[in-house]
Design a protein around this ligand. Structure first.
Ligand code: FES
Length: 689
């Protein structure tokens, strides 16, 4: 530990910390600009200069390490003058006319100018006109507002692991660029927005919220609400700034979160999508008349109509489809209403066929070995070898792709990709390019290769059962069937060897395998995981990507099972669809919802795709407007989310709407209060239940 003095106050800090760390630890403010606690410091801007041991040469507090006995002064006339000079040059080097800037009122540079009472420049302005890049839907980059602090670049490297941003050009033409001088829209930028979150000026702007702080959204009135995003199952912590009932911005939580490896990254689903409207809000119940037009009706009329049309049948033609983005409580109510209240013979999620083989693969695995469960997605952050089987986490669980990228660059993680797209290019160690659906052939070949090699596991209790299922296979033939050329076959052999030599391997399996109606491919992927020891407490080295945020809860509640199939839609006559946002458009069931006797839809938005198919529409809040619990991707965590903003007047909470329908059915639940419903959902979904 080092004992130092800051502004006359004696403080004790760990050796190796910087003066800025020490000051922050003890509540002493030093102004900063290029430094941000979420990324490394580089001492670029010199706003944080302080006096050390009376030396006239000021030091940058963000990079200067403490030394025992050091005496630091954070403010005196010299220091203030130096910081003002820094600020003046920053303002003079680019166009920082705040009144025209989209970040005015919410800008660190502007705030520093106010703090140092910089009301005019004493140096001549000298800057060229730089481009403004608006080729991304969510973010604009205005190089004229950039101070080249590099926070965005370090965020892209250190938090997202994307390494897309970097400096380009020299001298006064130095810019933050994408890849090799691309525009953002044509670069490899994935649009996660962490660069925007760390940008201290208006250089990287949220296109859905420009001028937010001056358009009546006074920063001093913002409420800051800690929550999380339930959209993909990783339950990423969020910090929402809200004024009144308006969400000004949503940011990732960059402070270290116990047990979470994500460093504050969010994806577009969590950061941007809630800021834009996903369509016309449905605010009143509506009924389609005989001419095909929609008219508003009372809640009682709509609920009675739905109950009347759904209640009376037991002929097997009743179905229910729910979005797996709904909360645990909504899914529980929906299932009980459909199964126990209305005797539906088909209940599923909108994307049930995407994981149709999952339930039966787990059931099959139980016949080989008991008590195994899926690994936590967080364990990917500790793996030294990752095999992606028909999985593209960049599309479904963006943060997982970031963990893998960071693993490759920071820890030398080896990655094998089995599937049609090289999802970690250009860093993949072994790429086995096979067409969608052919991945199981490579998995089977891997099993056979490993089991016949010197690397085979010696003490595996389940060996005989796996060997019996694999039988005698010709690995070369399997790889040929899969379509691998010589290069692919060579990569395959290395992948097999490295998988067995790895200390902590992890397999990530995705949609291409889980959506196959035959569960053999997924089961054999589980065997492949089983060839290595379990991670801990019977946890298989396997993470299964699922299409929606609460898919794990839907699976556990048996809302989505091996019976998921669009072919079953041929028997449907009447049904209820529960939506949570915009995932109807990508549902394989969408084209099977026309021409039904009766179709009721509960949705936050007017469902345009069903405008000529549905008969009754009932409104519900969006996920930000109501409370509920959500289950993580791996089923191992249940978190409670409160409402971030209020729901529209006259729109009931979803659980109350579903309960009101249930009370009109044959089934009368024991959980008529929120507390009981919440406890019931928890009881069913608790890990290990
Ligand atoms: Fe320390 Fe920029 S904040 S040099």
């Amino acid at each position: 530990m080092a004992k130092i003095t800051i502004d006359g106050k004696e403080v004790v800090v760990e050796e190796g910390k910087t003066i800025l760390d020490a000051a922050r630890q003890h509540g002493i403010r030093i102004p900063t600009l290029c430094s941000h606690p979420a990324v490394s410091s580089w001492g670029g801007c010199r706003m944080c200069v302080v006096e050390v041991d009376g030396s006239p040469r000021l030091a940058a507090a963000c990079v200067m390490p403490v030394r025992d006995g050091m005496k630091v002064v954070t403010t005196n006339e010299n220091i203030i003058t130096a910081r003002r000079v820094v600020l003046e040059f920053l303002f003079a080097e680019r166009n920082h006319y705040c009144m025209f800037c989209g970040a005015s009122g919410d800008c660190e540079l502007q705030a520093l100018a106010y703090e140092y009472q910089m009301d005019h420049l004493t140096v001549t302005q000298s800057f060229d006109k730089f481009p403004v890049d608006v080729t991304n839907e969510y973010m604009a980059i205005d190089h004229n507002r950039c101070v080249l602090c590099g926070r965005c670049i370090r965020a892209c490297h250190e938090i997202s692991g994307a390494h897309v941003l970097g400096y380009q050009n020299r001298g006064t033409h130095n810019l933050v660029g994408f890849d090799l001088d691309d525009i953002r829209g044509e670069s490899t930028c994935m649009g996660c927005g962490i660069c925007m979150q760390l940008c201290p000026t208006g250089a990287i702007l949220n296109r859905y919220r420009t001028h937010h702080a001056v358009l009546g959204h006074d920063k001093t009135k913002w409420k800051v609400i800690d929550s999380f995003c339930p959209q993909c199952g990783l339950l990423c912590p969020t910090v929402s700034s809200v004024e009144g009932n308006f969400i000004v911005k949503i940011e990732g939580k960059t402070e270290a979160q116990p047990g979470r490896p994500d460093r504050g990254q969010l994806c577009q689903k969590g950061r941007f999508e809630p800021l834009k409207s996903a369509g016309k809000r449905l605010l009143k119940p509506m009924v389609r008349d005989t001419n095909g037009g929609w008219k508003e009706v009372s809640w009682k009329t709509a609920m009675d109509l739905v109950a009347g049309r759904m209640n009376t049948y037991k002929d097997g033609g009743t179905f229910g489809l729910a979005s797996a983005r709904c909360s645990n409580e909504e899914l529980l109510l929906f299932r009980d209403l459909m199964v126990k209240g209305w005797h539906a013979n088909y209940v599923d999620t909108l994307h049930g066929p995407a994981y149709t083989s999952l339930t039966s693969a787990w059931a099959d695995l139980k016949k080989v070995v008991l008590g195994l469960q899926e690994a936590s997605w967080k364990q990917i952050a500790e793996a030294d070898k990752v095999i992606l089987v028909g999985a593209n986490p960049g599309e479904s669980q963006f943060l997982i792709s970031g963990l893998i990228r960071r693993g490759i660059l920071e820890r030398g993680v080896q990655v094998t990709v089995i599937g049609p797209v090289d999802v970690t290019a250009p860093w993949t160690t072994h790429y086995l390019p096979v067409a969608k659906g052919k991945e199981p052939l490579v998995v089977k070949a891997l099993l056979a290769e490993i089991m016949s090699s010197p690397h085979k596991p010696v003490h595996l209790k389940t060996w005989d059962k796996i060997a019996a299922e694999i039988g005698k296979v010709n690995v070369t033939d399997l790889l040929k069937q899969a379509g691998l050329d010589d290069e692919g076959r060579e990569a395959f052999r290395w992948a097999a060897r490295w998988y067995m030599e790895a200390k902590n391997p992890m397999i990530v399996v995705g949609n291409n395998v889980t959506s196959l109606p035959d569960a053999t491919g997924l089961r054999q992927t589980m065997y492949l995981a089983l060839l290595r020891d379990v991670v801990q407490q019977n946890t298989l080295r396997l993470v299964v990507l699922k299409p929606n945020g609460n898919s794990a809860a839907a699976l556990k509640m048996r809302l989505a099972t091996e019976k998921s199939s669009v072919e079953k839609a041929a028997t449907w006559k009447r049904g209820l669809v529960l939506l949570a946002g915009d995932d109807l458009a990508t549902s394989p069931f969408l084209n099977h919802l026309g021409g039904l006797e009766f179709l009721a839809v509960i949705s936050p938005y007017f469902p345009e795709e069903l405008a000529d198919k549905a008969h009754v529409l009932i409104p519900k809040p969006i996920w930000l407007e109501e409370e509920g619990t959500y289950t993580s991707l791996d089923g191992q965590e249940i978190r409670y989310k409160k409402a971030v903003v209020s729901r529209p007047r006259g729109v009931d909470e979803s659980w109350q709407t579903l309960l009101a329908l249930m009370q009109r059915s044959e089934f009368h639940p024991t959980y008529a209060r929120w507390r009981d419903l919440n406890a019931k959902a928890e009881e069913e979904l608790r890990p290990g239940a």
